[in-house]
Design a protein around this ligand. Sequence first.
Ligand code: ADP
Ligand code: MG
Length: 490
Amino acid sequence: MAQKDDRVLLLNAPRLPLEDAKLEELTGDLHDFAHANGLVMRLSTDKLSSEVCQTTPLTLLPSPFPKNVFDEAVHLQNLYASLYHYIAYDFDFLINIHKNVVKTDDFTRNMVDILKKVREQGLKQPITLAIQRSDYMCHKDQHSAEYGLKQIEINNIASSMGAHAQRLTEWHIRILRALEVPEDVIKRAIPENKPIPMIAEALFKAWSHFNNPSAWVLVVVENVNQNQIDQRHVEYELEKLGVPMVNIIRRTLTQCYEQLSLNDASDLMIDGRPVAIVYFRAGYSPDHYPSNKEWEARERMELSTAIKTPWIGLQVANTKKAQQVLSEDGVLERFIGKPREARDVRASFAGMWALENKDEVTSKVIQGARKHPDAFVLKPQTEGGAALHTGEEMVQMLRELAEEERGAYILMEKLRPMIIENYLVLAKKPITFAKAVSELGVYGYAFGAKDAPELKTAGHLLRTKPESTAMGGVAAGHAVVDTPFLYEFI
Ligand code: ADP
Ligand code: MG
């Protein structure tokens, strides 16, 4: 599965490629398994209905991933959850670091404006919940040729794909058995993967804390969502924990504007009952706010007693800008008191630079990116895998961006992920055996009041895409869902 030039020895891993007959049999089994277990998505041609679904884009086999790099990502998750929990409450920091972003980025400006209102009026709900997924690549250092963990980004909102990843791990165990990989190897190579019970547990804690059996769990959704089944698995798990099915409602931000109100006690009311939790599975993209109404709905939520996941502080902390500023000297260390922990988190940062400063370092980095477009990527603040600028397009943007637009972008070192080989399975398309690269995400939560968050890490996702594809994102159609096959260098 891994390339020979990476000097990787994958003892007992299946030998690839598989024989045609075996491949056909296993692929057929995979589609059965996917449909029998809800590892499915809506059709891209009919995103409004689940009547006919298709197998989620995925890999037939797990992809090799170094165990030490995986363990590091798991180790870091509680540190990241705690870090963002604390940053979210630092209003001055958040407002200050986005002062140039908001000049041209309307979406971030609207978020920051709501944050300012929350600061003025005070938090009506002191308890907050972050359900997170931190994403990394297993990056090959150009000088040492060693693999190490480097963060791509963190997701404090709508962290998705956990239900698929959890189910795909079950399939990957199954296929390794079918290929006669010994049970002890499977046990070592395939780590337990249960993000959905953890996410449901976090939501259940928040709902129970609200302490009103008739209170709602409000899931904020997009008008149209091809990946609705992934969200539904979270709701079903939450029902198993004891939230009555009838208390869980799904609404778009536009519907929220029409149906939600604040009462005198700042409770967020719908149909005469308060909302205990607002669980955002939408709200991270400008398209989710087609008019001022949706922003008004968001503001009402933020000024209410409902527990939001995420609350506005956490979402403003989630920008690429905040990620870049944290990497500047001494900034991360203001939020993580223990030097060893700060060192571990910092070691996972890739190189990141602001564009708006007029110092020598900035102009050198920009010159460097224009000269070596293959070594950098340019990122705006948007979420959702739609806007990564690379190569000549990046060079052109660096040349043409107006002075006041520069603050809304960050420049990032382009990571060189480990190259593996795997079968990519896309419904109704021929299966392909491709050289591919993976991005690892680790799920976790931080729940509680400002000074005492409860932290937990559980479950992971690998997203794998052909080596030649620059962007990521399963929903965006670039990558497929995968899980890691852990190995150790020997
Ligand atoms: P989004 O919020 O849109 O998901 P990301 O930062 O995750 O933004 O970037 C989208 C995708 O672009 C990632 O999934 C990854 O495949 C690719 N990408 C992002 N940053 C880098 C980087 N520094 N080096 C290489 N690829 C990157
Ligand atoms: Mg991403």
